[in-house]
Design a protein around this ligand. Structure first.
Ligand SMILES: Cc1cc2nc3c(=O)[nH]c(=O)nc-3n(C[C@H](O)[C@H](O)[C@H](O)COP(=O)(O)OP(=O)(O)OC[C@H]3O[C@@H](n4cnc5c(N)ncnc54)[C@H](O)[C@@H]3O)c2cc1C
Length: 415
Protein backbone atom coordinates (compact mmCIF):
# COMPACT_ATOMS: atom_id res chain seq x y z
CA UNK A 1 0.00 0.00 0.00
CA UNK A 2 1.18 3.59 -0.63
CA UNK A 3 0.93 5.45 2.69
CA UNK A 4 1.55 9.12 3.35
CA UNK A 5 2.46 9.95 6.96
CA UNK A 6 2.02 13.62 7.86
CA UNK A 7 4.32 15.07 10.55
CA UNK A 8 7.92 14.19 11.45
CA UNK A 9 7.89 14.22 15.25
CA UNK A 10 8.62 11.10 17.27
CA UNK A 11 5.12 9.79 16.51
CA UNK A 12 5.24 10.31 12.73
CA UNK A 13 8.74 8.87 12.43
CA UNK A 14 8.00 5.72 14.46
CA UNK A 15 4.76 5.31 12.49
CA UNK A 16 6.62 5.57 9.16
CA UNK A 17 9.26 3.12 10.41
CA UNK A 18 6.74 0.46 11.55
CA UNK A 19 4.68 0.83 8.34
CA UNK A 20 7.78 0.50 6.16
CA UNK A 21 8.81 -2.64 8.03
CA UNK A 22 5.35 -4.01 7.23
CA UNK A 23 6.23 -3.68 3.54
CA UNK A 24 4.32 -0.50 2.75
CA UNK A 25 5.63 2.21 0.42
CA UNK A 26 5.79 5.17 2.82
CA UNK A 27 6.22 8.92 2.26
CA UNK A 28 6.84 11.04 5.38
CA UNK A 29 6.09 14.77 5.14
CA UNK A 30 7.69 17.26 7.56
CA UNK A 31 7.72 21.05 7.27
CA UNK A 32 11.08 21.64 8.99
CA UNK A 33 14.48 20.87 7.47
CA UNK A 34 14.79 17.85 9.80
CA UNK A 35 12.54 15.72 11.97
CA UNK A 36 11.92 16.34 15.71
CA UNK A 37 12.13 20.13 15.54
CA UNK A 38 8.95 20.76 17.55
CA UNK A 39 7.57 19.02 20.67
CA UNK A 40 9.82 15.98 20.23
CA UNK A 41 12.96 18.15 20.35
CA UNK A 42 14.05 18.67 23.98
CA UNK A 43 11.43 16.97 26.12
CA UNK A 44 12.02 15.37 29.53
CA UNK A 45 13.71 12.31 28.02
CA UNK A 46 11.81 9.91 30.27
CA UNK A 47 10.68 6.54 29.00
CA UNK A 48 8.31 6.21 31.91
CA UNK A 49 6.26 3.17 30.98
CA UNK A 50 4.86 2.85 34.52
CA UNK A 51 4.04 6.54 35.10
CA UNK A 52 1.08 6.82 32.78
CA UNK A 53 -1.73 7.71 35.22
CA UNK A 54 -3.81 10.49 33.61
CA UNK A 55 -3.72 14.12 34.68
CA UNK A 56 -7.53 13.92 34.83
CA UNK A 57 -8.04 12.48 38.31
CA UNK A 58 -10.29 13.50 41.23
CA UNK A 59 -7.18 14.42 43.23
CA UNK A 60 -6.56 17.44 40.96
CA UNK A 61 -9.91 19.08 41.74
CA UNK A 62 -8.90 20.67 45.10
CA UNK A 63 -5.76 22.04 43.40
CA UNK A 64 -7.66 23.99 40.73
CA UNK A 65 -7.91 27.31 42.67
CA UNK A 66 -4.11 27.29 43.22
CA UNK A 67 -3.53 26.70 39.48
CA UNK A 68 -5.87 29.54 38.60
CA UNK A 69 -4.44 32.13 40.93
CA UNK A 70 -0.78 31.32 41.61
CA UNK A 71 1.96 32.30 39.16
CA UNK A 72 4.33 29.79 40.74
CA UNK A 73 2.08 26.73 40.34
CA UNK A 74 3.45 23.85 38.25
CA UNK A 75 0.21 23.96 36.29
CA UNK A 76 -0.96 27.37 35.10
CA UNK A 77 -4.28 28.18 33.46
CA UNK A 78 -4.79 31.50 31.69
CA UNK A 79 -8.41 31.70 30.48
CA UNK A 80 -8.78 32.74 26.84
CA UNK A 81 -11.66 33.62 24.56
CA UNK A 82 -11.03 30.34 22.80
CA UNK A 83 -13.88 27.81 22.57
CA UNK A 84 -11.30 25.01 22.10
CA UNK A 85 -9.79 25.79 25.49
CA UNK A 86 -13.18 25.72 27.21
CA UNK A 87 -14.36 22.53 25.45
CA UNK A 88 -11.10 20.84 26.42
CA UNK A 89 -11.41 21.96 30.03
CA UNK A 90 -15.01 20.74 30.33
CA UNK A 91 -14.04 17.35 28.85
CA UNK A 92 -11.04 17.25 31.22
CA UNK A 93 -13.25 17.89 34.27
CA UNK A 94 -15.68 15.19 33.11
CA UNK A 95 -12.78 12.73 32.96
CA UNK A 96 -11.81 13.49 36.58
CA UNK A 97 -13.65 10.54 38.10
CA UNK A 98 -11.99 7.72 39.98
CA UNK A 99 -13.48 5.06 37.69
CA UNK A 100 -12.24 6.75 34.50
CA UNK A 101 -8.83 7.54 35.95
CA UNK A 102 -8.34 3.88 36.96
CA UNK A 103 -9.56 2.51 33.62
CA UNK A 104 -7.26 4.92 31.75
CA UNK A 105 -4.30 3.93 33.93
CA UNK A 106 -4.85 0.25 33.10
CA UNK A 107 -5.20 0.98 29.36
CA UNK A 108 -2.11 3.20 29.24
CA UNK A 109 -0.06 0.68 31.22
CA UNK A 110 -0.86 -1.86 28.48
CA UNK A 111 0.34 0.60 25.84
CA UNK A 112 3.40 1.48 27.95
CA UNK A 113 4.55 -2.10 28.51
CA UNK A 114 4.12 -2.87 24.80
CA UNK A 115 6.17 0.22 24.00
CA UNK A 116 8.96 -0.90 26.29
CA UNK A 117 9.16 -4.31 24.60
CA UNK A 118 9.21 -2.70 21.14
CA UNK A 119 11.83 -0.14 22.21
CA UNK A 120 14.07 -3.00 23.35
CA UNK A 121 13.62 -4.68 19.96
CA UNK A 122 14.53 -1.48 18.10
CA UNK A 123 17.59 -0.90 20.28
CA UNK A 124 18.72 -4.48 19.61
CA UNK A 125 18.06 -4.26 15.84
CA UNK A 126 19.18 -0.76 14.86
CA UNK A 127 22.43 1.07 15.51
CA UNK A 128 21.00 4.17 17.12
CA UNK A 129 22.83 6.24 19.70
CA UNK A 130 20.49 8.41 21.74
CA UNK A 131 22.03 8.45 25.23
CA UNK A 132 19.70 5.61 26.12
CA UNK A 133 19.97 4.27 29.68
CA UNK A 134 18.03 1.70 31.67
CA UNK A 135 18.66 3.61 34.87
CA UNK A 136 15.36 3.34 36.75
CA UNK A 137 13.24 6.19 38.05
CA UNK A 138 12.82 7.58 41.54
CA UNK A 139 9.84 9.81 42.29
CA UNK A 140 10.39 11.72 45.54
CA UNK A 141 7.66 13.28 47.68
CA UNK A 142 8.07 16.09 50.16
CA UNK A 143 4.81 15.52 52.05
CA UNK A 144 3.41 12.42 53.71
CA UNK A 145 -0.08 12.61 52.10
CA UNK A 146 1.31 12.65 48.55
CA UNK A 147 3.69 9.80 49.38
CA UNK A 148 0.84 7.73 50.86
CA UNK A 149 -1.24 8.39 47.71
CA UNK A 150 1.67 7.29 45.51
CA UNK A 151 2.08 4.09 47.55
CA UNK A 152 -1.61 3.30 47.03
CA UNK A 153 -1.18 3.93 43.29
CA UNK A 154 1.85 1.61 43.19
CA UNK A 155 -0.15 -1.10 45.02
CA UNK A 156 -2.97 -0.69 42.49
CA UNK A 157 -0.62 -0.88 39.51
CA UNK A 158 1.15 -4.01 40.82
CA UNK A 159 -1.77 -6.17 39.63
CA UNK A 160 -1.03 -5.04 36.04
CA UNK A 161 2.69 -5.83 36.25
CA UNK A 162 4.27 -2.61 37.55
CA UNK A 163 7.32 -3.37 39.67
CA UNK A 164 7.69 -0.48 42.10
CA UNK A 165 9.14 -0.09 45.59
CA UNK A 166 8.34 2.43 48.32
CA UNK A 167 11.47 3.87 50.01
CA UNK A 168 11.88 6.13 53.02
CA UNK A 169 13.84 9.38 52.72
CA UNK A 170 17.17 7.87 53.76
CA UNK A 171 16.79 5.01 51.27
CA UNK A 172 16.06 7.55 48.50
CA UNK A 173 19.35 9.34 49.24
CA UNK A 174 21.20 6.02 49.46
CA UNK A 175 19.88 5.10 46.02
CA UNK A 176 20.61 8.53 44.53
CA UNK A 177 23.27 10.39 46.55
CA UNK A 178 22.77 13.53 44.43
CA UNK A 179 19.53 14.00 46.44
CA UNK A 180 21.52 14.58 49.65
CA UNK A 181 20.90 18.33 49.55
CA UNK A 182 17.12 17.89 50.00
CA UNK A 183 17.39 14.58 51.91
CA UNK A 184 15.87 16.04 55.07
CA UNK A 185 12.76 17.18 53.17
CA UNK A 186 11.97 13.84 51.50
CA UNK A 187 8.98 12.04 53.05
CA UNK A 188 9.56 9.04 50.80
CA UNK A 189 9.88 7.90 47.23
CA UNK A 190 8.70 5.32 44.73
CA UNK A 191 11.48 3.54 42.87
CA UNK A 192 10.75 1.85 39.55
CA UNK A 193 13.91 0.01 38.52
CA UNK A 194 12.67 -0.84 35.00
CA UNK A 195 12.26 2.75 33.77
CA UNK A 196 14.54 4.19 31.08
CA UNK A 197 15.65 7.50 29.63
CA UNK A 198 17.05 8.82 26.36
CA UNK A 199 17.23 11.81 24.07
CA UNK A 200 13.99 11.92 22.07
CA UNK A 201 15.46 14.24 19.41
CA UNK A 202 18.43 11.93 18.73
CA UNK A 203 16.16 8.85 18.80
CA UNK A 204 13.76 10.38 16.29
CA UNK A 205 16.52 11.55 13.92
CA UNK A 206 18.29 8.18 14.07
CA UNK A 207 15.05 6.26 13.55
CA UNK A 208 14.26 8.46 10.55
CA UNK A 209 17.56 7.36 8.99
CA UNK A 210 16.67 3.72 9.81
CA UNK A 211 13.24 4.29 8.23
CA UNK A 212 14.92 5.64 5.09
CA UNK A 213 17.00 2.45 4.95
CA UNK A 214 13.66 0.57 5.05
CA UNK A 215 12.58 2.58 1.99
CA UNK A 216 10.72 5.55 3.52
CA UNK A 217 10.73 8.63 1.26
CA UNK A 218 11.45 11.42 3.77
CA UNK A 219 10.23 14.76 2.41
CA UNK A 220 11.49 17.46 4.77
CA UNK A 221 11.03 21.21 4.28
CA UNK A 222 7.62 20.30 2.87
CA UNK A 223 4.57 22.08 4.26
CA UNK A 224 1.29 20.19 4.30
CA UNK A 225 -1.71 22.47 3.68
CA UNK A 226 -4.76 20.21 3.40
CA UNK A 227 -6.35 17.06 2.04
CA UNK A 228 -8.04 16.61 -1.33
CA UNK A 229 -11.12 14.48 -0.77
CA UNK A 230 -13.76 12.78 -2.91
CA UNK A 231 -16.76 11.85 -0.79
CA UNK A 232 -15.41 9.87 2.18
CA UNK A 233 -12.11 9.09 0.45
CA UNK A 234 -8.89 11.10 0.68
CA UNK A 235 -7.18 11.30 -2.72
CA UNK A 236 -4.10 13.39 -1.98
CA UNK A 237 -2.22 15.44 0.58
CA UNK A 238 -1.62 18.96 -0.71
CA UNK A 239 1.90 20.15 0.10
CA UNK A 240 4.36 22.86 -0.87
CA UNK A 241 6.07 20.19 -3.03
CA UNK A 242 2.82 19.34 -4.84
CA UNK A 243 0.04 16.80 -4.33
CA UNK A 244 1.02 13.45 -2.81
CA UNK A 245 -1.37 10.68 -3.80
CA UNK A 246 -1.59 7.58 -1.63
CA UNK A 247 -3.89 4.72 -0.66
CA UNK A 248 -3.88 5.77 3.00
CA UNK A 249 -2.96 8.90 4.99
CA UNK A 250 -1.86 9.00 8.64
CA UNK A 251 -2.03 12.29 10.56
CA UNK A 252 0.77 12.69 13.14
CA UNK A 253 0.83 16.48 13.25
CA UNK A 254 0.88 16.94 17.03
CA UNK A 255 -0.88 20.13 18.08
CA UNK A 256 -1.40 21.08 14.42
CA UNK A 257 -3.63 18.02 13.85
CA UNK A 258 -6.74 19.85 15.00
CA UNK A 259 -6.38 23.07 12.93
CA UNK A 260 -5.45 21.08 9.82
CA UNK A 261 -8.23 18.49 10.08
CA UNK A 262 -10.98 20.60 11.63
CA UNK A 263 -12.02 22.00 8.24
CA UNK A 264 -12.79 18.41 7.09
CA UNK A 265 -15.12 17.90 10.03
CA UNK A 266 -12.68 15.49 11.70
CA UNK A 267 -12.68 16.11 15.44
CA UNK A 268 -9.25 16.05 17.10
CA UNK A 269 -9.75 16.94 20.80
CA UNK A 270 -6.15 18.03 21.34
CA UNK A 271 -5.10 21.15 23.23
CA UNK A 272 -1.52 22.41 23.71
CA UNK A 273 -0.07 22.10 27.21
CA UNK A 274 3.09 24.18 27.18
CA UNK A 275 6.14 22.92 29.03
CA UNK A 276 9.75 23.97 29.50
CA UNK A 277 13.11 22.27 29.65
CA UNK A 278 16.69 23.11 30.56
CA UNK A 279 19.69 21.15 29.31
CA UNK A 280 23.00 21.67 31.03
CA UNK A 281 26.46 20.18 30.86
CA UNK A 282 26.47 17.80 33.85
CA UNK A 283 27.68 14.38 34.89
CA UNK A 284 27.28 12.18 37.92
CA UNK A 285 30.81 13.22 38.93
CA UNK A 286 29.67 16.86 39.14
CA UNK A 287 26.65 15.99 41.31
CA UNK A 288 23.96 15.22 38.74
CA UNK A 289 21.61 12.30 39.43
CA UNK A 290 22.34 8.94 37.80
CA UNK A 291 18.77 7.62 38.07
CA UNK A 292 15.91 9.62 36.57
CA UNK A 293 14.34 11.68 39.34
CA UNK A 294 10.91 13.25 39.55
CA UNK A 295 10.40 15.88 42.21
CA UNK A 296 6.66 15.35 42.75
CA UNK A 297 6.32 18.54 44.81
CA UNK A 298 7.43 20.81 41.96
CA UNK A 299 6.43 18.35 39.20
CA UNK A 300 9.90 18.58 37.68
CA UNK A 301 11.70 15.64 36.02
CA UNK A 302 15.46 15.13 35.77
CA UNK A 303 17.08 12.74 33.26
CA UNK A 304 20.79 12.11 32.73
CA UNK A 305 21.52 12.20 28.98
CA UNK A 306 25.18 11.32 28.48
CA UNK A 307 27.22 14.33 29.57
CA UNK A 308 24.08 16.43 30.01
CA UNK A 309 21.24 16.75 32.47
CA UNK A 310 17.74 17.36 31.09
CA UNK A 311 15.33 19.12 33.45
CA UNK A 312 11.70 19.52 32.40
CA UNK A 313 8.44 20.67 33.88
CA UNK A 314 5.51 23.13 33.86
CA UNK A 315 2.09 22.70 32.33
CA UNK A 316 0.69 25.96 30.96
CA UNK A 317 -2.78 26.10 29.37
CA UNK A 318 -2.11 29.37 27.62
CA UNK A 319 -2.95 28.70 23.95
CA UNK A 320 -1.01 27.81 20.81
CA UNK A 321 1.99 30.09 21.34
CA UNK A 322 5.31 28.41 22.15
CA UNK A 323 6.63 31.74 23.48
CA UNK A 324 9.05 31.13 26.36
CA UNK A 325 7.92 33.05 29.44
CA UNK A 326 11.14 34.19 31.21
CA UNK A 327 9.38 33.97 34.60
CA UNK A 328 8.63 30.27 34.06
CA UNK A 329 12.22 29.55 32.99
CA UNK A 330 13.49 31.42 36.05
CA UNK A 331 11.16 29.40 38.29
CA UNK A 332 12.25 26.06 36.77
CA UNK A 333 15.92 27.05 37.11
CA UNK A 334 15.44 28.10 40.74
CA UNK A 335 13.67 24.85 41.64
CA UNK A 336 16.40 22.78 39.95
CA UNK A 337 19.22 24.73 41.61
CA UNK A 338 17.57 24.25 45.01
CA UNK A 339 17.16 20.49 44.43
CA UNK A 340 20.52 19.68 42.79
CA UNK A 341 22.75 22.73 43.49
CA UNK A 342 25.93 21.01 42.31
CA UNK A 343 24.48 19.18 39.31
CA UNK A 344 26.25 21.18 36.63
CA UNK A 345 26.65 24.55 35.00
CA UNK A 346 23.22 26.17 35.25
CA UNK A 347 24.53 29.35 33.63
CA UNK A 348 25.26 27.34 30.48
CA UNK A 349 21.78 25.77 30.35
CA UNK A 350 19.95 25.72 27.04
CA UNK A 351 16.29 26.55 27.46
CA UNK A 352 13.42 25.17 25.40
CA UNK A 353 9.67 25.22 25.31
CA UNK A 354 7.30 22.76 23.67
CA UNK A 355 3.56 22.22 23.28
CA UNK A 356 2.30 18.82 24.41
CA UNK A 357 -0.57 17.65 22.17
CA UNK A 358 -2.90 16.63 24.99
CA UNK A 359 -6.32 15.01 24.98
CA UNK A 360 -8.65 15.66 27.95
CA UNK A 361 -8.42 12.02 29.13
CA UNK A 362 -4.63 11.68 28.50
CA UNK A 363 -5.18 8.87 26.00
CA UNK A 364 -3.74 9.19 22.49
CA UNK A 365 -5.96 9.02 19.41
CA UNK A 366 -4.88 6.01 17.36
CA UNK A 367 -6.97 4.62 14.54
CA UNK A 368 -9.46 5.31 11.78
CA UNK A 369 -11.48 8.46 11.17
CA UNK A 370 -14.81 8.65 9.35
CA UNK A 371 -12.86 9.03 6.08
CA UNK A 372 -12.25 5.53 4.72
CA UNK A 373 -8.49 5.89 4.26
CA UNK A 374 -7.65 8.64 6.78
CA UNK A 375 -5.96 7.52 10.00
CA UNK A 376 -4.70 9.32 13.06
CA UNK A 377 -1.88 8.80 15.54
CA UNK A 378 -1.68 11.84 17.76
CA UNK A 379 -2.64 13.32 21.14
CA UNK A 380 0.14 11.75 23.22
CA UNK A 381 0.36 14.68 25.62
CA UNK A 382 3.15 14.23 28.18
CA UNK A 383 4.02 10.67 27.04
CA UNK A 384 4.78 10.75 23.31
CA UNK A 385 8.34 9.44 23.59
CA UNK A 386 7.24 6.74 26.04
CA UNK A 387 4.27 5.54 23.99
CA UNK A 388 5.58 6.10 20.44
CA UNK A 389 6.61 2.54 19.60
CA UNK A 390 3.39 0.87 20.79
CA UNK A 391 1.25 3.56 19.15
CA UNK A 392 3.00 2.99 15.82
CA UNK A 393 2.63 -0.79 16.15
CA UNK A 394 -1.07 -0.43 16.99
CA UNK A 395 -1.65 1.84 13.99
CA UNK A 396 0.19 -0.60 11.69
CA UNK A 397 -1.85 -3.53 13.06
CA UNK A 398 -5.14 -1.66 12.60
CA UNK A 399 -4.22 -0.71 9.04
CA UNK A 400 -3.29 -4.31 8.23
CA UNK A 401 -6.48 -5.57 9.95
CA UNK A 402 -4.36 -7.85 12.16
CA UNK A 403 -5.41 -8.95 15.64
CA UNK A 404 -4.28 -6.41 18.21
CA UNK A 405 -1.86 -7.03 21.11
CA UNK A 406 -3.92 -4.72 23.36
CA UNK A 407 -7.43 -3.24 23.44
CA UNK A 408 -7.39 -0.87 20.45
CA UNK A 409 -10.90 0.49 21.12
CA UNK A 410 -9.53 2.32 24.17
CA UNK A 411 -7.52 4.62 21.89
CA UNK A 412 -9.93 4.92 18.97
CA UNK A 413 -10.40 8.55 17.80
CA UNK A 414 -14.12 7.71 17.69
CA UNK A 415 -14.29 6.53 21.33
C1 LIG B 1 8.40 20.03 28.56
C2 LIG B 1 8.01 18.67 27.98
C3 LIG B 1 8.52 17.52 28.56
C4 LIG B 1 8.15 16.28 28.05
N1 LIG B 1 8.71 15.17 28.60
C5 LIG B 1 8.41 13.94 28.11
C6 LIG B 1 9.02 12.79 28.64
O1 LIG B 1 9.86 12.88 29.52
N2 LIG B 1 8.66 11.59 28.15
C7 LIG B 1 7.70 11.46 27.16
O2 LIG B 1 7.38 10.33 26.79
N3 LIG B 1 7.13 12.56 26.60
C8 LIG B 1 7.46 13.79 27.05
N4 LIG B 1 6.88 14.90 26.53
C9 LIG B 1 5.83 14.74 25.51
C10 LIG B 1 6.40 14.46 24.13
O3 LIG B 1 7.44 15.36 23.86
C11 LIG B 1 5.28 14.62 23.09
O4 LIG B 1 4.19 13.79 23.45
C12 LIG B 1 5.74 14.19 21.71
O5 LIG B 1 6.90 14.89 21.35
C13 LIG B 1 4.67 14.45 20.67
O6 LIG B 1 5.18 14.01 19.45
P1 LIG B 1 4.40 14.31 18.10
O7 LIG B 1 5.16 13.62 17.02
O8 LIG B 1 2.95 13.97 18.26
O9 LIG B 1 4.44 15.89 17.94
P2 LIG B 1 5.61 16.81 17.33
O10 LIG B 1 6.92 16.39 17.82
O11 LIG B 1 5.20 18.22 17.56
O12 LIG B 1 5.54 16.46 15.80
C14 LIG B 1 4.57 16.99 14.91
C15 LIG B 1 5.31 17.30 13.65
O13 LIG B 1 4.37 17.75 12.65
C16 LIG B 1 5.01 18.76 11.92
N5 LIG B 1 4.00 19.60 11.27
C17 LIG B 1 3.05 20.33 11.87
N6 LIG B 1 2.32 20.98 10.94
C18 LIG B 1 2.82 20.64 9.74
C19 LIG B 1 2.49 20.98 8.39
N7 LIG B 1 1.50 21.82 8.11
N8 LIG B 1 3.23 20.44 7.39
C20 LIG B 1 4.25 19.57 7.65
N9 LIG B 1 4.61 19.22 8.91
C21 LIG B 1 3.90 19.75 9.95
C22 LIG B 1 5.79 19.54 12.96
O14 LIG B 1 6.81 20.32 12.37
C23 LIG B 1 6.32 18.44 13.85
O15 LIG B 1 7.61 17.99 13.47
C24 LIG B 1 7.23 16.17 26.98
C25 LIG B 1 6.75 17.34 26.39
C26 LIG B 1 7.14 18.58 26.87
C27 LIG B 1 6.62 19.82 26.21
Amino acid sequence: MRICVLGGGVIGVTTAYFLARDGHQVTLVERHADVARETSHANGGQLSYNYVAPLADPSVLPKLPHWLFSRDAALRFVPRLDPRQWHWCVAFLRACTRARSRATTEELLGLGFLSQRLMHEIVARETIDFDYVRNGKLVVFRDRDSFDGARRQADYQAQFGSEQYALDGAACVALEPALAHIGGEIAGGIHTPGEEAGDCDRFTRALARAAQREGVDLQVATEFSGLKTQGKLVEAAMTSAGAIEADAFVVCLGIQSQPLLGSLGVSVPVYPLKGYSLTLPATHATGAPRVSVTDAHHKVVYAPLGERLRIAGMVDLTGMSAHADPARIALLTRQARETFPDAGDYDAAQTWTGLRPATPDSKPLIGATHYRNLWMNTGHGALGFTLACASAQLLADLLAQRSLPINGDAFSPRR
